[in-house]
Design a protein around this ligand. Structure first.
Ligand code: GDP
Length: 295
């Protein structure tokens, strides 16, 4: 993950090796490389530009105050700014209410159903919760079956109703069912489409209004780079989600989505998916991710 970005950052910092002090010239040269590294990783253009401006201002300001070498200083500042770029501190999932309701959104194939299973498993095994999974994709019976397979595998009940064609009704019935059966978390998996379209947005917005979730998560495939960021913006403008789940970070992803999403939609990344298995789920820690990027 992010191997290319790590290599390119390393190369950028080499510009400062052997330099006695930070100067306008060597900082500019380093940051030109840093900016190129970010753009090659598919980071949003403005995000990359703003990042280098902040690093430059900090480097010129801190220069006189420090005894560490120019390259160490630059690594330290880039680390701090990468952490900020990805949201600063980790952001916990909010589950209040009886039951607490979590709504999934995202395009088809992003990993929504897989993540719904992973999250239910995480809440059951790590947070001592009793989750109910809800299948709300009324267009693809296979999606409902997929959730049932995961539920069976995890020993977690799945609520569905193949006769009912209104996802709002399924979701509201599921919340009532959960309350009556003592489930304390409801995870609602919704239908996605291959691309952003009005009918999908309208449907998710209606489900959201009806069940009033404490947490609406937007699930996105990290391999899709800037597209991931554009899709995030479209969903956020319409349904105002609370957090992002970046999936497929185990693949050959360049890092653009992880680094750009927070600055574009101002919502934190809460979880990352790192594989197809049900335990391949991590809480997103900006500091650890910055450690990884800088090698
Ligand atoms: P949905 O259409 O959004 O519900 O997407 P699915 O949950 O069906 O996932 C689409 C494909 O991506 C499936 O083959 C999943 O196994 C795979 N997938 C989901 N999350 C991850 C992940 O974190 N890593 C990898 N490698 N594959 C994933």
């Amino acid at each position: 993950m992010f191997d290319n970005l790590t290599d390119k950052f390393e190369r950028a910092f080499k510009v400062l090796k052997g330099q006695g002090q930070i100067t306008e010239i060597n900082v500019a040269e380093t940051l030109k490389e840093v900016r190129r590294a970010l753009l090659d990783a598919d980071v949003n253009f403005k995000t990359a530009k703003d990042f280098t401006v902040r690093v430059k201002d900090k480097a010129m300001g801190e220069n006189v105050l420090t005894a560490i070498s120019p390259s160490q200083l630059m690594i330290k500042i880039c680390h701090e700014e990468l952490v900020e770029l990805m949201g600063g501190n980790e952001s916990e999932i909010q589950i209040q209410g009886t039951p607490g309701v979590i709504l999934m959104s995202g395009l088809q194939g992003s990993g929504k159903t897989t993540f719904s299973g992973k999250l239910a498993n995480y809440l059951q095994t790590k947070k001592n919760k009793k989750p109910l999974l809800v299948a709300c994709d009324v267009y693809r019976p296979a999606a409902i079956d997929q959730l049932h397979v995961l539920g069976e595998q995890l020993g977690i009940e799945v609520y569905s109703n193949k006769e009912e064609k209104d996802p709002v009704k399924i979701a509201t019935d599921a919340v009532i069912y959960a309350r009556s059966k003592g489930f304390n978390v409801v995870i609602v998996d919704t239908a996605g489409r291959l691309a952003v379209d009005e009918a999908m947005m309208d449907e998710i917005a209606r489900v959201k209004k009806a069940i009033n979730p404490t947490e609406t998560l937007f699930v996105v495939d990290s391999m899709t780079g800037q597209d991931a960021v554009n899709t995030a913006k479209a969903f956020n403008d319409r349904i105002n989600f609370d957090g992002v789940v970046l999936t497929k970070l185990d693949g050959d992803t360049r890092g653009g989505a992880a680094l750009s999403i927070k600055s574009i939609v101002d919502k934190p990344i809460k979880f990352v998916g790192t594989g197809e298995k049900m335990d391949a789920l991590d809480v997103f820690y900006p500091k650890r991710m910055a450690d990884r990027i800088l090698g």
